[in-house]
Ligand binder design. Sequence first.
Ligand code: NI
Length: 514
Amino acid sequence: MSIRKLNWNKVIIVLVMPILLIILTVNTVTTAVSNKDSEKIIEQNVTDIAAYKDLILIHNQKETDYFTSSITSPKIDRDIIDKEIDKWISTKEKEFEKKVKKNKNEFNDDFKANLDINTEVLEVTDDIVTFVLNHSEFINDENDHNTIKTFVVDLNESEIIESDKINKLLNNKELLYKLVDDSLKKEQNIYSLIDHDKLKKSLNTKKDLTWSLNQTDFRLHFDKGEIESDIQEALTVNIPLVNLDGNIDEQLAEKLNIKEFVRIEKEKEEEYLKEAKRIKEEEKRKYEEKMLEEKEQKERAKNLKPLDNQEKYVALTFDDGPNPNVTPRVLKYLDEYDAVATFYMLGSQAKKYPKTARAVANQGHEIASHSVTHADLSNVSSSKVHTEMTDSTTLIEQATGVKPRTFRPPYGAINQNVINKARDINQPLILWSVDSLDWKHPNVNSVYSKVMNNMHSGAIVLMHDIHPTTADALPSILKDLKNKGYKFVTVTDLLQLTGNEDIGPYNSKKSNKK
Ligand code: NI
């Protein structure tokens, strides 16, 4: 289908509009004709309508002592059709001139009656075209009319399609009212002005409802004031063609390809249902995932061996990694002493060094989260807290294949937002009871003594697997802790954490809250 055709039915044929002349193939003949009993023909134009061979629009503009008129009439080179349209136009002209004559005292050079008949051409199919003749006349306040006359013509059959072809619809008043009402509802500013009693009366009692067709719609036309009181012009109601299915002459339905509209509508409906189903399934999947996770968590909690109170336990933790140089060394020493530890990874680091991150998980250490960018979460917006905590969970899981179990806020900085979010994502907040200060004093002896001098059973030890000196200090720490009878456990083992209610923050075993 050509571009011109697509645009066509939206275009109102107003011959003076130059923009239109570009769309149309124009063949204009202008003649100025001299006086004839004070009647001046100002202009006569003929325009070819390229969308339909044989179709032209003839425009006549006239001025007399009493009135001006502008009339555009279609000519399709089909005698019966052309005569019928001409007859309607000339009747309107005669009626108008009669009324003008009756009131001719009212007119002078400054004030003349006016008659305007504009033809709008609407493409329906290759063989069917609609002419909408918009008729308006002004003689005086009592004679101020705007009415619509339509001719839907079948060029193939050389006939005007009469109302009997759509009688089934026009006579089904209940359906017709519903369709009109549905359509009007889509334009609230107009809908509020509609007088529904007038509308019902029009639909029920008017002998010939004015209707037309375009490529997508069945259209009903109402004269100015017919179904409302406040709109200054005739009103057109568009009803999608799909509604004509089963309600019009079968042959006409075939020509209008109504079944295709029905098919498209059905397809849209199916598409909608499919989408609704997809959304529902997605929700179900998410719900099941959540349920499964909760179940797994309960299972984990059940399987945690209660720690023996007579034993000494320590949870070593390493923050801010993974680091490709230090973390592998830390892993090596932990392995040598058969020790398990907990790694508070940064999401950004896990993303950068996924192999190192995965090696930590593969060696059986506990994976935990330490935010994405090491931001002070007590000092940022709640949405930033949200992304720092959820994104790091995602990034770390992507890298390690394991979902972080607990969260350690950078700098140990906590506020209500952090606590809320921790509860949200079910990651208890973990601080520490023994600080190696390995970042402040990157010195093997200092790290060793800070850890060993402050050691106690149930301790959570803070170290960083980004400083080489921390790795250097680790063998002697591990060796001596072992000699002193300490058992290495993960943070969750140590705290025997369970559900949401135990969100912390925790510093060590049994020391709940700061
Ligand atoms: Ni840190």
